[in-house]
Design a protein around this ligand. Sequence first.
Ligand code: UDP
Length: 239
Amino acid sequence: SGKPLPYKRVLLKVSGEALMGDGAFGITPKVVEQVAADVADVAARGTEVCLVVGGGNIFRGVAAAAKGMDRAQGDYAGMLATVINALMLQNALEREGVETRVMTAIDMAEIAEPYIRRRAVRHMEKGRVVIFAAGTGNPFFTTDTAAALRANEMDCDALFKGTQVDGVYDSDPRTNPAAHRYSQLGYSEVLARNLKVMDAAAISLARENDLPIIVFDIRAPGSFGAVMAGQGAYTRISD
Ligand code: UDP
């Protein structure tokens, strides 16, 4: 394995959309395998890793509500979608030889452990990768907020947000070739300029605990470890 990384414990947020790869829905196994390999590499280098996984590749409460579904009911379906992704990631990680635990914010004890903070900390201390599923367990929240919440609870050094873009831009780089990527941003700037990184609740939670957020492109193989070592493109959000 490679060199040790300058973080003791981190949380990686994997959006559901990132797991879709080039598809329009669901999961592309190759992408899940690549994310698992990247996590395995970082864990082998001695950094404790936990994950929060999204569900937008399968189900989103807001989208369902726009078509007439009750919002809270749709959000519960969305939280279940994150559990599907978590099981896929767990499977891929174990194939990489990484010991894992899935912990859900909504009890489903036949599938995964219930989320108990102190038990999660113990798992991490033992070098297990903990995958937090079912978001916060509450409708009207997002998995970004769950990521900031769990990162604070686990006392992580940083929250890595793995997306399909290599950072935060002043306009959409997919449509504007002149778009500029920020290398560093303050929490208040993100909120004031309404930059679409994470929702305001997540940014506020991170700011509350001085938790740096690093936004990077998770689709590039090896990017998680590289960005942790300060290489490649990313945006860092901190004060
Ligand atoms: N969700 C929720 N509460 C939470 C986290 C998620 O209700 O604490 C629901 C919500 O409907 C959301 C869906 O789960 O749309 C999937 O999560 P999210 O959209 O955050 O996933 P991502 O954008 O990361 O793929």
